[in-house]
Design a protein around this ligand. Structure first.
Ligand code: TEU
Ligand code: CA
Length: 558
């Protein structure tokens, strides 16, 4: 196996994602902030996470919660000041924690000074080529490309000119063909790395190279996607970024990417290619869309999900790339609501899902609240939702004549606000998040809290803590080969990890009914001991035949 066998500081680490708006409010304005994160660093340390990824906190009109950056060099007043940031960074480093900044370079807010300058100086602006600006066609937009958030992807700029926005109309796409734009971006990255941040999560990074003929598209959804995802100069741009920025610091980089497959992931992450360290891909999180429609709830196809994850493990590992291991982020519904059980098996299913992901090869990510098994928001009315995407979809479907109850069913299931409700620290009013009305309502299941999790020795929290420690203390989890057993089962995912003569056996069962199944052991091996499980009385000497709801076991074999 060539490629990713080299030891790196971020390979045995677990990343914890903080969504600052919803993490901890320190000054009672209902919005989470930097001092709130600062306050909670000891909690993250206790959990064991090494790297804290914080979603964007730069100056922004917040139309897309900070993914619309108006000034890359400043902190938004909502979250505090640059001084707050510097103090938080310093404290994190004292505790041995690393900080990963989220950086959005596919687009900026239309309030960014570059864009504003174009509004004033039009073609004469020195930033005119920083954005993708094209003349319309007979009063229509330049082509039929659509926005990811619904509707046409072009907005009138001045005279007959339009600018491209793959996301909201206040998020204008940057023109990476411009050499001076690229230099300005790299300069800004140096600014943050010199400050001491430890890496970047690069938002929708594989959209930055657009095919330059801007032709109409009738094939992809949204229209245009195949002409700008993984575009012609993608690898060239990432190599340049690596050469001019990453290579000069001991930093980690993770690219958020769409329209991915394992081969592309290998090309982006193979260390010899000098691009990024790892990528996010979300293929396994689309298995509950009904007929491919994200906004209609279907039954999760667990078998397909396991097959996808298995395929990524095998291919990316064999090809010398590196995987990120992810169930949720701020764009996804809560995983226990989705693939686990919200009631009777809340705890066991949350632990099973955690084990299934964390025992794989790659770098695991935990999204705030995942470690206590937080659930979907459970909002009933569209007025409770704040996300621009949910609101746009609601309007779009309403205009198309769909029934409100149907639309709301889809939004309750898929809205990005499911993952964005405030962190539930306690069961007091405001959940220990804030003493004021939070910017987004607290989820319906207010009984799930950090306070309870820390008291209960058997909690989901401590299970995550164990998983993190296992990875830190066992090279087999970081570097060991992955192999699937019992291929083709509908609900059981069985795999081994093997390293330097050591062999671990991982069994996870994704269903709420007891079954019997002959679990195969690799030839010639027997059980030495149990390493982790989610039921107390798991037999430690023989492999179980009766498998209980959402059961999860990790054995060491000999
Ligand atoms: O997300 C990009 C992206 O893939 C999402 O738009 C995704 O399609 C959608 O949320 C459903 O999962 C990134 C950020 O994570 C997201 O929060 C931003 O809104 C988006 O980029 C634009 O910056
Ligand atoms: Ca605040």
């Amino acid at each position: 196996m060539e490629g990713n066998t080299k030891m790196e500081w971020w390979k045995n680490a677990c990343v914890y994602q903080v969504y600052p708006k919803s993490f901890q409010d320190s000054n009672d304005d209902g919005i989470g902030d930097i001092n709130g994160i600062h306050m909670r660093l000891p909690y993250l340390k206790k959990l064991g996470a090494k790297i804290i990824w914080i979603t964007p906190m730069y100056t922004s009109p917040q139309n897309d919660n900070g993914y619309d950056i108006a000034d890359y060099y400043n902190i938004d007043r909502l979250f505090g000041t640059m001084e707050d940031f510097d103090l938080m960074l310093e404290e994190a480093h004292l505790l041995g924690l690393k900080i990963m900044m989220d950086i959005v370079v596919n687009h900026t807010s239309t309030q960014h000074a570059w864009f504003q300058d174009i509004l004033i100086n039009k073609e004469k602006s020195s930033y005119y080529d920083y954005y993708i600006i094209k003349p319309g066609k007979n009063g229509n937009p330049p082509n039929n490309w659509e926005s990811m958030f619904g509707g046409i992807g072009w907005e009138p700029l001045f005279d007959d000119y339009y600018y491209l926005h793959v996301f909201d109309k206040t998020q204008a796409d940057l023109n990476w063909e411009s050499e001076s734009l690229r230099q300005d971006i790299y300069k800004m990255m140096h600014f943050w790395l010199k400050k001491g941040v430890d890496g970047f999560r690069l938002d929708v990074i594989n959209l930055i190279s657009k095919q330059q003929d801007f032709q109409d598209d009738s094939m992809s959804s949204p229209k245009g996607k195949r002409f700008y995802a993984n575009g012609p100069r993608m690898h060239e741009f990432l190599k340049e970024m690596h050469e001019q920025v990453f290579k000069h610091y001991p930093c980690v980089s993770v690219g958020e990417m769409m329209s991915m497959d394992p081969q592309k992931a290998i090309d982006y992450t193979h260390p010899n290619n000098n691009e990024v360290d790892m990528i996010f891909s979300f293929q396994h999180l689309k298995v509950d869309y009904k007929d491919g429609d994200r906004w209609t709830k279907g039954q999760p196809n667990i078998k397909e999900m396991i097959n996808i994850l298995d395929h990524w493990q095998k291919s990316v590992n064999d090809g010398g790339g590196w995987n990120s291991l992810v169930w949720i982020n701020h764009d996804q519904p809560r995983v226990v609501s989705r693939f686990g059980n919200e009631h009777k098996y809340h705890k066991v299913s949350a632990k099973m899902l955690a084990t299934a992901m964390h025992l794989l090869k790659g770098t695991p990510y935990i999204y705030q609240g995942e470690e206590i098994g937080m659930l979907n928001a459970g909002f009933k009315s569209i007025d409770s939702y704040k996300d621009v995407e949910s609101i746009n979809i609601y309007q779009k479907r309403l205009d198309a004549g769909e029934e409100v109850s149907k639309i709301m069913e889809g939004i309750a299931y898929q809205s990005r606000d499911n993952g964005r409700t405030p962190m539930q620290w306690t069961d007091e009013l405001g959940s220990g998040f804030s003493n004021k009305k939070p910017w987004l309502a607290i989820g319906e299941r207010k009984d799930i809290t950090v306070k309870d999790a820390l008291i209960d020795e058997d909690s989901i929290f401590y299970h995550y803590q164990k998983l993190i420690q296992l990875r830190e203390n066992n090279e087999i989890l970081v570097y060991g080969d992955y192999n699937r057993l019992l291929v083709d089962h509908d609900y059981i995912w069985c795999y081994t990890r093997a390293y330097n003569g050591e062999l671990w056996y991982v069994m996870n069962y994704f269903k709420d009914e007891t079954i019997t199944c002959d679990l195969p052991l690799p030839k010639g091996s027997t059980i030495e001991k149990i390493i982790l499980s989610n039921y107390e009385d798991s037999d430690v000497t023989v492999i179980r035949k009766r498998i209980r709801p959402f059961e999860s076991i990790v054995y060491k074999l000999k």
